[in-house]
Ligand binder design. Sequence first.
Ligand code: HPA
Length: 238
Amino acid sequence: MSTPHIESKKEEIAPYVLMPGDPLRAKYIADNFLEDVQMVNRVRNMFAYTGTYKGKRVTVFPSGMGVPSMGIYSYELFKFYDVKKIIRIGTCGSFNENIKCLDVILAEKAYCKTYFDKLLDDGNDNLVEASIDLNRKIMNAAKRNGIDLKIGEVITSDVFDLYCDDKEKYRSNYPKRDFIAVEMEAYGLLYIARKFQREGACLLTVVDSLFDDKNLTIEEREKSLNEMIKVALESMID
Ligand code: HPA
């Protein structure tokens, strides 16, 4: 079996999937966290890996950037590979003064001003919720491992906000809610998960913040990313 964008055999994809944006991060997770690893996709250089974590089979499959790319991969994984749970593990920015660089965020909901819902299935829903059950498992895993999570609503944007000419104007395009992060894929995943009645969740590491202009070292970034990866993997063995 294969789909327009995935060449894996059905049995090569585990029911639990971690989705970083970047294929090299998928390789990093496979190299550093998984055992008995097999590469299961090469199409478009979206290198995906299936292995085991503490005995449980997990696939790490990159989403690429933006809702259209996330929409394609999550759709094909849920529909054609019967995947049960996908956790996005990505990076984000923030313009919330309570959020600092390297905070790890768990999305309760993702807001997106978009035509994705209308085009896909005549939907009309700007705000989509993550799986409550999967989020509970993620919170438990964080607690067990002493990792602090900031939990709240995130904005999924079609534009990398740092490139906007007028950032005040950019922000005024969104409702006045207490969003804790901005990124570019969560809404796509949560919308598709709900469509197929599967579980979707999103963990994010803050890499730029309006209220914290510190330049991150490679080691700091890696430590925070490792914590996020650990929480995601541990939530799957709950
Ligand atoms: N905005 C949107 N997506 C992002 C950002 C950001 O500031 N940082 C990492 N992904």
